[in-house]
Design a protein. Structure first.
Length: 146
């Protein structure tokens, strides 16, 4: 599955790797203003969702939904934003962002606004562990689907 897969350097610089799901590498953005996961399908050269195999398209949808459920459960947001833009980083990646009406970018997009705050080291580690524990449980249900 991962032959030729390399995570884009910009994604690597802006995120912490939480782990791998059946299709995607699961990343946490290093921006404490927004609970924000990114899924990167481990397919060499993947740029567009519609160019994935039909099976991978379904799996990416299931993984995106699973990530959204975890963010919803842990953060009780007003809205979950999902999107795969790719205008700056062309490697296919799916953003899943928990949004609140009181967040500093509401109701606009979170990117392109210069709004960022770093996690403290212990805070980042604790959040990454908490998220990955919840994400591992959620993905188990996907693995059991046929």
């Amino acid at each position: 599955m991962e032959t030729g897969f390399d995570l884009d350097a910009r994604l690597a610089a802006d995120t912490v790797t939480l782990g791998d799901w059946p299709l995607s590498r699961v990343l946490l953005m290093r921006n404490r203003l927004f609970p924000w996961l990114i899924l990167v399908p481990r397919r060499a050269g993947a740029v567009e969702i519609h160019r994935l195999s039909p099976a991978d398209q379904v799996l990416l949808t299931r993984e995106t939904s699973a990530a959204a459920r975890v963010l919803e459960r842990l953060f009780q947001p007003d809205k979950i934003n999902t999107g795969a833009l790719g205008n700056v980083v062309t490697q296919l990646h799916m953003h899943i962002i928990a949004r609140r009406r009181d967040d500093p970018a509401w109701p606009g997009p979170v990117w392109g606004r210069g709004l960022s705050a770093a996690y403290g080291g212990d805070e980042l580690t604790a959040l990454a562990d908490r998220l990955w524990d919840a994400l591992k449980t959620e993905i188990a249900a996907i693995r059991d689907m046929k």
